[in-house]
Write a protein that binds this ligand. Sequence first.
Ligand SMILES: NC(=O)c1ccc[n+]([C@@H]2O[C@H](COP(=O)([O-])OP(=O)(O)OC[C@H]3O[C@@H](n4cnc5c(N)ncnc54)[C@H](OP(=O)(O)O)[C@@H]3O)[C@@H](O)[C@H]2O)c1
Length: 314
Amino acid sequence: MIESSDLRMTRIPLNHGAGHMPALGFGTLIPDLAVTITATRDALEAGFRHFDCAERYRNEREVGRALQAGLAAGGITREDIFVTTKLWNSNHRPERVEPAFEASLDRLGMKYLDLYLIHTPFAFQPGDEQDPRDKDGNVLYDRGVTLLDTWKAMESLVDHGKCRAIGLSDITLDDLKPIYEAARIKPAVIEVESHPYLPEMELLDFCKQNSIVFLAFAPLGHGIKPGPLEDPVISAIAARVGKTPAQVMLAWAVQRGTALLTTPRTAARARENFDISALPQDALDEINRIQTRQRLNPVVKTGVGGFLAKGTGA
Ligand SMILES: NC(=O)c1ccc[n+]([C@@H]2O[C@H](COP(=O)([O-])OP(=O)(O)OC[C@H]3O[C@@H](n4cnc5c(N)ncnc54)[C@H](OP(=O)(O)O)[C@@H]3O)[C@@H](O)[C@H]2O)c1
């Protein structure tokens, strides 16, 4: 059962009794380190309690510092927040998984993680180079490890108690099914691009049937224009209900049963993106009838991140 008397407080249960994920999440894919710190602090102050990090973002240390300071200043405990980070593609070899996890934990300054995700299903050449390429610029993939090998190492992290739940990111339904079937510890969460132009209904249905949390990244279409934020259906609903287009899109995401990650960079936008309220059914139906389809981030096909119009990495 999703807990949601107030949409802003919606918390979605994780399988295996691993607690609840606050549906409204703050994403830390912010290249500027100073902005990472202020935006993380502003998000915490605005009410966000779910923080999505990644080794790949190269800012776990700054997110960790902002969170420690914010928790202390706000009288908030570690148990009150939900923190995720992700294993990067160059650490898929089973023997590299625990050291990568421990390094992330150390950078974040935390004793445990609520969720650890395999960032993409694509294994790159193992090593410290996050973006290994041959002399012609082609990505060097690692054919010597399967996603299931990596998943088994992720399961060991849960066994050892430093990580409450595990999951996958940038995964398609075709790749998720075999892992789900073979897993001893089933994926608790998948994190994928989703917004009104990419509703991923088949994947969402599979997740609902199997108690996997569907966590949507780019719920505002990454702010790319033209994009769903400027869709006339969204603008008309926003005007009708007295909310902003961003608030309409975030409410739609939560009301259809997904968690989401948004990246407001200023205090005003953090407050705006947290201040959502339920849309009437006719508004939800109108958004569900939008026919435009657009994938903005090709990472799901290659393991190489980057929003097409902004190039900010996965
Ligand atoms: N697993 C993966 O491979 C993967 C890939 C991508 C992202 N993610 C995660 O998902 C998070 C969210 O993704 P995202 O940054 O694309 O989310 P998003 O919220 O769809 O897009 C964020 C952009 O939208 C604009 N924006 C934010 N609030 C707004 C508002 N109220 N009104 C108008 N525009 C607004 C901002 O653009 P400006 O500030 O530039 O104006 C911001 O940079 C990331 O931080 C990361 O944690 C994961």
